[in-house]
Design a protein around this ligand. Sequence first.
Ligand code: ADP
Ligand code: MG
Length: 567
Amino acid sequence: MADQKHLHSTLLDLDSRGYKAYLDIKGSYQFPEFTLIVDHVQGDPFASPSKLRVKIPQSVARFPQELYQSPTRSIALRDYLTREFDAAAKEISSFRGTGKSGLISIANTGQEVLERTATVINDHYLEVRFLVGLPARGRRILGRQAAEMLVVDIPDIVNSALKYPNLNGKKVKKHVETVEDAHWLRQQLPERGLVAFIANDSILPRSSGVDPTPLIKDAVPFQAPESMSVEFNCPHGGLIKGMGIPTGITLIVGGGYHGKSTLLRAMELGVYNRIPGDGREFVVTNPAAVKIRAEDGRSIAGVNISPFINQLPQNRSTTKFSTPNASGSTSMAANIIEALEAGAELLLVDEDTAATNFMIRDQPMQQLIAKDKEPITPFIDKVKQLYADYGVSTILVMGGSGDYFEVADTVIAMENFQPHNVTEKAQAIAAKHLNERIGEGGEEFGDITPRIPLGESIDPSRGRRAVKLKVRDVSEVAFGEEDIDLAAVEQIVDPAQLRSIASAIVYAKEKYLNRRRTIPEILMAIMTDIEEKGLDILTEFPQGNLAIFRHFELAAALNRLRTLKVQ
Ligand code: ADP
Ligand code: MG
C-alpha cells in the first residue's frame, strides 16, 4: 500500500493538470495512524464531491468496548462521532477554489439518532466515510491545496473527532445512555399496556415550523395528569415519570392553539430516539405507529378500501381500488389500509390534516343523506372494530367534534399546553346522547387484503442508466423517470432515509418481486436482510450517505410510485 508521503508527492505532481488527472489518487494510503481510502473521484469541481474513508485501528481510536457493545449503543456512539466529525470538518474546511473545492463534509444529522452508513465500529477499527471537494481553479488541479486537505486537515479531524481520549467522555456517555434509556422505555410499553409515553418536563414545541430544535423561550414543560401518571426505572437515568397512553382509542381534545398537534407530532416522531437536549428524548411511541392523513391527488394501486368505501359512482371496485388521483377520503382510506397491510399497531390522526367527511358523519347529516347515498363509512364507525378485530390502537386529535366521545377509551384535554384526563366527563356527556347517531360500521372491520406487486411496473432506469435515483429532500425522490411525492409521509425525517428507501425498492425488485410474494412479505425480507447484513447491501460500494428507515415508509414510497401495479 502506498503511504502518506506518496499521496503527498502525487498531489503536488498533479498541480495545474486537468481535473480528470485526480483519478490517479483512487486507492488506499497508509498514514501513521490510519488508512485513507479514496473510493470515488468526482468528475469536475462542481460534480457531487469525492467519496473517501478513514479506517482507524482501535489501538489508535481506543473506544471502550462497552460504548458500542449493543446495537443501540453502537448506533448512538456512531451518531455522536458523526456529529463530532461534522463539527471538526466545519471548523477546518474552507473554500479553496472553484465549485465544491475545499469542502470536507459528512452525513447531515438532525434531532434523531439514526443508524447510518457514515461510520462503522468494531473491536478492530473505526471507519468513517465522508466527502471531499477536491480543489481546482477552473478545471486546473490545485495540488498544494489538495495535499493540505488530505495530508494535514484530515489527520487533524481524525485527531480531534475520532479518538476517544480526545473526546469529552461524559458527553459521549450521556449520548449513549440517553439513547439506550429511550430504546428501553419503548420496549417497556407493551407490558404496561401502553402505546406511548411522554415524560414529565419534556419540551414538546419546536423553535419554528422550519427549525426542529426545541423552543427555548416560553416553552411550557409537559406534566402528566395524576390519573394517567406512570413511572419507569430506567437503566441509566433512574426513576422517570410521565403520561402513559393506554392501548385502545384515545382522543385529544381542547381549544385551538392549546398544543394538541404539538403533542401528536412528538408522538409521531417518538418511534425514533433523539439526542440529549432535544426536549423529547423520553417521548416514546410504539415503533409500529403510523401517521395517517388525507392526501388528495395521490395514486392508489389495487387497495381493498371496502372497509371504508363502497358503492362508488360508476360501480368502481373498492376491493381493488386504483386511481391516479385520489380524493381526500379515498386517500385516507388507502393510507390506513396500506399501513395495516404493512403491520401498523397504532394510527395517529390529526384533524388538521384529515378529511372531515372521512372522520365523521353526524346525526343531522345521517337524517338528510341516507346511508345508501353515501359511499363512505366514516372512521368513527370503524375505529372500535379495528381495535377489537386487529388490536390496532388509534390516537386522534379532534377538537371540533364530540361524536368521538362515544368510541373513545381515553379522552385527554389540552389546556394551556397541559394535558388533563377528561375521560369520565366526556363519557358522561356521550351517555346522554347515546343512540342519537346511528352506527354505520357493522360488527366487523373487514378484510385487510395483502397485495402482490408486479416487478415490471417498477422501473428505476432513466435514459442509458439502468438505475437513476435522486433524492431532492425529505419529501421527494426521483425514481427513474418518475417522481415519488412523499410530502404527506410525515415520519420520514432525513433525506438519507429516502436515499435508502429508493435503493431498497430497486433491491426488492431484483430480489423479491416474483409474482408470489405479498407486500408485507417483501417488506419483511428486506428489513431482515438489512438487519443481518447492514445498509451497505443497498449500494455497490460502501457509501456514507444512507440512513435506516422503517418498513412503513418503504411501503409508503412503493405505494406512491405512480407506475405501481399489483396482481
Ligand atoms: P393546536 O393543535 O391545539 O391548535 P398546536 O399544537 O398547533 O395547537 O400549538 C399551537 C402553538 O403553540 C404552536 O406554535 C406551538 O409551537 C405552541 N406550543 C405547543 N405546545 C407548547 C408548549 N408546551 N409551550 C409553549 N408553546 C407551545
Ligand atoms: Mg392542531
